[in-house]
Design a binder for this molecule. Structure first.
Ligand code: MSS
Length: 367
């Protein structure tokens, strides 16, 4: 048996029993640990870093953190304290890694083998990008992207483009994007990108740049490798390149959280409440169906808990009578935009954006 890995120091405050520690930079929420509250408690929320996070010292005095704003009429440096005076909005939303569900790709793409737990539903609080733009006189003529740069230290002698976490987003993303200093009612801890994070609801995890130190409105996408050659939808077996589609918007998705199929779970015959989570990506989840026979027959589930808007997930439940036997349980969501969660994933070389209902199916035995 392999011994469970220990939490890294910067995330030592997390609830170890609810998590799968893949590595010091990749920590996943167990399927059974989402609970039945809508908002994912911070001590259960997944963590993903492309490189080692900066020193804990950067969150000691969050208000003093400086963001430099470029590619605008009046470029300037602003502290978090100054940003706090420009506006305030709270955004409930799904934060999900681009590679969540990678473990279900039959091609076994390289990267963390996330199953369902590289995702959570959180409330970020901050200032709308639009308010920031207004304060700096608007963006430069001809800008096509909003580009955020992470605050990691670049080791001396290294070409910054090889390791810098800098992501560019289409201008559409500006509408609902914010610069956030709070998550679930507390200052953002280092693990989740404090003191200041670029938050882009509806877009995959990587686009939500942690410890943001520069926000620029640019004509071109960032030259950083993470923008040019990573997070691209490359055909299976082919290297990524900048001409392929960038991983930006999230597609409609759902999965069952209870039963969880985890070892030690005992399912007794009789009435079983099948629970799970559903979200629409860029629009709200409208409907969820559940199947216990591998997708042959479907029943409609009901939403439970509050509706916190189109970027948050909804909890669903349906009570079914199960006799002793073997079942294949899965869920299928439909978004407000009318998109139905597909049976098959879209194949791609690095295993991004898996929303296949078949892949997320659980085989369970009822006794
Ligand atoms: N940011 C920075 N700065 N750095 C890094 O590394 N990562 C990404 C984001 N951001 C990073 C950043 C990713 S990749 C993700 S998912 C996210 O983040 C996560 O978050 P949390 O808070 O959970 O940790 Mo995939 O797509």
């Amino acid at each position: 048996k392999t011994q469970a890995k220990a939490l890294p120091a910067y995330a030592s405050w997390k609830h170890a029993d609810s998590l799968i520690v893949h590595s010091a930079n990749t920590i996943e929420t167990k399927r059974s640990a989402f609970g039945s509250g809508l908002i994912t408690p911070l001590d259960r929320l997944f963590v993903r870093n492309n490189v080692t996070p900066p020193s804990e010292q950067i969150v000691a005095d969050p208000d003093a953190w400086v963001l430099s704003i470029k590619g605008v009429k009046n470029p300037k440096d602003m502290t978090v304290a100054e940003l706090k005076r420009l506006g305030l909005v709270a955004v409930p939303m799904v934060l999900q890694c681009s590679g969540n569900g990678r473990a279900f790709f039959p091609e076994k793409p390289s990267g963390t083998q996330w199953t369902v737990g590289a995702a959570g539903c959180v409330v970020f609080t901050g200032v709308p990008i639009k308010a920031v733009l207004e304060a700096v006189g608007g963006m430069d003529e001809g800008a096509k992207y909003m580009t955020g740069q992470g605050g990691e230290e670049i080791p001396q002698g290294l070409d910054p483009n090889t390791i810098m976490v800098e992501r560019s987003l289409p201008l559409d993303a500006i509408d609902d994007a914010i610069l956030a200093w709070e998550i679930n009612g507390q200052p953002i801890p280092l693990a989740h990108g404090g003191p200041l994070r670029l938050v882009v609801p509806g877009y995959t995890g990587v686009n939500n740049v942690k410890y943001i130190k520069q926000l620029a409105f640019t004509k071109e996408q960032s030259a950083a490798n993470i923008q040019q050659n990573s997070y691209r939808l490359a055909p299976v077996g082919e290297k990524s390149n900048p001409n392929q589609e960038s991983v930006w918007e999230m597609p409609v998705k759902s999965w069952v959280t209870s039963p969880s199929g985890e070892p030690g779970e005992e399912l007794k015959a009789g009435k079983v409440q099948i629970q799970g989570l559903a979200f629409g990506g860029m629009s709200a989840a409208k409907e969820v169906e559940v199947s216990v026979d591998g997708g042959k027959n479907w029943v409609k589930a009901s939403f439970v808990g509050p509706d916190l808007g189109k970027y948050a997930w909804r909890q669903f439940v349906v009570g079914v009578d199960l006799k002793p036997g073997k079942y294949e349980i899965t869920s299928r969501a439909t978004s407000e935009a009318g998109t139905v969660q597909p049976e098959e994933r879209v194949p791609n070389n690095r295993g991004y954006l898996n929303n296949s209902w078949r892949d997320h199916m659980l085989a369970v035995t009822v006794v």
